[in-house]
Design a protein around this ligand. Structure first.
Ligand code: KG4
Ligand code: ZN
Length: 332
């Protein structure tokens, strides 16, 4: 029974988890800073790293206690080393290095995006999957369409040319006065709205698997301005129309890629994968089975980092104590 401790501090969640055999979550502790950053309307990097410094030791301690394990029970320590905020990543990486050194445990550096993808191998979605797979990773910082040929074998098919999908949700929520984080706020408002109320533009970028959301964001801005404070802003209808425009493009391009690359399945990952409309539309239109991680595993957590680290550990991959943070790390 191989147990891995995962550590995640790439953005505004301080997280630690212990998992067994790559898929069973023994504990998963997440200390969210959302309430602190909400007053700034987004993540304030300097405050994020200071909060990580305050939380990291108690969070790891809680994860070890809840899993009922000691350092001797662990096979390795996996930690996110990028992409993300440099100062935030540093806290997790330095803590993991110190613990690996002190307890003589192997250290495994994990790409945060690979972590998101491996939320699809954690219980209850842990069934083995047939390759190739198409993975849509949509979060606050990323919108990536990935061809996964095997464990650890990725080809980036497309990415966003401007805003990430989650970033677009956050910015449009601000335009509509819905607060931060925008994704859940837009989803709530959209429940009372009509997704066909406003025809908003879709950037199809035909012939590529890239995405672009800045035109859509600008269209929402102009729509909001057109009301000019004279009439009440139809927030629910705008939220629903915006959410549908984002989901429509993400789903269509993912399904196209699944067909072109003869994928055996589609995986969703990242914070925006928690979106109900995106999940429903993907399942309705997909030509192959869709794997949807539970909502809590879509958001940043350390169980997914431990799951990705487990596969690397199994393949004999190890990082050394010179492991450095890579804020712009890409998936490969
Ligand atoms: O993966 P994540 O927790 O952090 C990053 O790695 O970025 O994703 C956070 C993003 C935020 O932009 C948030 O607005 C978005 O995911 N999000 C959602 C939903 N829940 C979170 N977007 C749309 N619908 C949701 N239900
Ligand atoms: Zn993330």
């Amino acid at each position: 029974m191989d147990k891995i401790l995962g550590i995640e501090t790439s953005c505004d969640e301080t997280a630690a988890a212990v998992i067994e055999n790559g898929n069973k979550i023994l504990s998963s502790v997440v200390a969210s800073q959302v309430a602190i950053h909400a007053q700034y309307g987004g993540v304030f990097p300097e405050i994020a790293s200071r909060e990580h410094v305050l939380k990291i030791v108690p969070v790891i301690h809680a994860a070890m206690q809840q899993a009922n394990v000691t350092w001797q029970d662990l096979a390795a320590i996996a930690v996110t080393y990028g992409p993300g905020l440099a100062g935030s990543l540093l806290v997790g990486v330095n803590t993991a290095k110190a613990l690996a050194f002190a307890h003589n445990l192997p250290l495994i550096g994990v790409n945060h995006l690979e972590g998101h993808l491996y939320s699809n191998w954690l219980e209850p979605s842990s069934a083995e999957k047939e390759f190739p797979l198409i993975v849509l990773i949509v979060s606050g910082g990323h919108s990536e369409l990935v061809l996964m040929r095997d464990h650890g074998d990725y080809e980036l098919l497309g990415h966003t040319l401007d805003d990430a999908a989650g970033e677009a949700f956050d910015k449009v929520a601000r335009l509509l006065g819905l607060g931060y984080p925008g994704g859940p706020a837009i989803q709530r408002a959209a429940e009372r709205g009509n997704p066909q109320a406003f025809k908003l533009p879709r950037a199809w970028l035909r012939g590529t698997y890239d995405f672009s959301f800045s035109g859509l964001k600008t269209a929402v801005l102009h729509l909001v301005q057109s009301f000019d404070g004279k009439k009440p802003l139809p927030v629910a209808d705008i939220a629903a129309s915006f959410q549908f425009a984002v989901a429509d493009v993400l789903v269509e391009k993912t399904c196209q890629a699944a067909t072109e690359y003869h994928a055996k399945g589609i995986l969703l990952a990242g914070g925006v994968a928690a979106n109900t409309q995106l999940r429903q539309l993907m399942v309705a239109r997909a030509p192959v089975p869709v794997s949807l991680p539970p909502l809590a595993l879509c958001l940043d957590n350390a169980a997914m980092i431990a799951a990705a680290g487990f596969r690397r550990w199994q393949r004999g991959e190890r990082s050394d104590l010179n492991l450095d943070v890579m804020p712009a790390l890409r998936l490969k």
